[in-house]
Design a protein around this ligand. Structure first.
Ligand code: HPA
Length: 279
């Protein structure tokens, strides 16, 4: 099963056959919204709008743990995450898609782990896997995140962008900021000097938490604006939502193509990440 997380301005995906809407409870609290279970290309797809329908949660108040755990409860181990970003790399222009291959974390106040040692919650799933062994055993876990994104999901997204003739780049460093404010021009200048390509507020801790549950996680970002100080005008949420609106149909086409192309068997190491990771 495949999970899709929609970002700003993307609260549903039409074109897939919706089967049902399910409310999921988790030991980590409430997810952002109900999950929409659908079918496409013979595959079960589950959609969740990260900010909730109607954009109820700002980035720093999203319950990322509940969102990702909810996917686990529904049996999902592959996730495509869609997000709006500001473009830092001078070669990027609004409307471009970016399939990031790494991230840098500048968030400040987010819980980034399920595994809290003695304070860990007890799992409400019964898959009898390492996740439950570590959580219920109240272990401390340090996952490797050298390569944060699943290479199979990434290549699938790249193939989908190519086939769709979308304007995209096949790698990039995503810098995650705390928000909800946008960045200062000096922050973006520093990020640019450090070689970061795009800036957004949600990929961390989403990718980290998905990896902690051994999921295959890939991200597609849409450059909605040039970042602060690169853009010549004041940044607004209006332009972010407008660009997401303009690109809505194209995003949907890319996602549907990616769903068609996702292989059944994955040749990557994502599912091995918990081996030897607990103390
Ligand atoms: N900064 C941070 N997050 C964003 C931006 C930005 O410029 N655009 C869309 N999400």
């Amino acid at each position: 099963m495949i999970g899709i997380i929609g970002g700003s301005g993307l609260y549903n995906i039409d074109g897939i056959n919706i089967i049902e809407e399910v409310e999921v409870s988790t030991p980590f609290g409430k997810p952002s919204d109900n999950y929409i279970v659908a079918e496409y290309s013979g595959k079960t797809v589950v959609f969740l709008p990260r900010h909730g329908r109607g954009h109820k949660f700002p980035p720093h108040m999203i319950n990322f743990r509940a969102n990702i755990w909810g996917f686990r409860k529904l049996g999902i181990n592959k996730v495509i995450s869609i997000s709006a970003v500001g473009g830092i790399n001078k070669d990027l222009k609004p409307g471009d898609f970016v399939i990031s291959d790494n991230f840098v974390d500048f968030t400040k106040s987010r819980v980034q782990t399920f595994y809290e040692g003695i304070h860990s919650k007890t799992a409400d799933t019964q898959f009898k896997d390492e996740v439950e062994e570590y959580l219920n055993g109240k272990r401390v876990v340090h996952i490797d995140i050298t390569e944060p994104f699943c290479p199979v999901v990434r290549y699938t997204l790249i193939k989908a962008c190519k086939e769709n003739s979308s304007s995209f780049v096949d790698r990039g460093v995503y810098v995650a900021t705390e928000g909800p404010r946008l960045e200062s021009a000096s922050e973006i200048r520093i990020f640019s000097n450090l070689g970061f390509d795009v800036v957004g507020m949600t990929l961390v801790p989403e990718v980290v938490l998905a990896r902690e549950l051994r999921m295959h996680f890939g991200s597609i970002s849409i450059v909605t604006n040039l970042a602060a100080g690169i853009s010549e005008s004041r940044l607004t949420s209006d332009e972010v939502v407008q660009m997401m609106h303009i690109k809505n149909e194209e995003i949907k086409q890319v996602i549907l193509k990616a769903l068609e192309k996702l292989p059944e068997k994955f040749s990557c190491q994502c599912e091995e990440v918990l081996k030897g990771a607990a103390i």
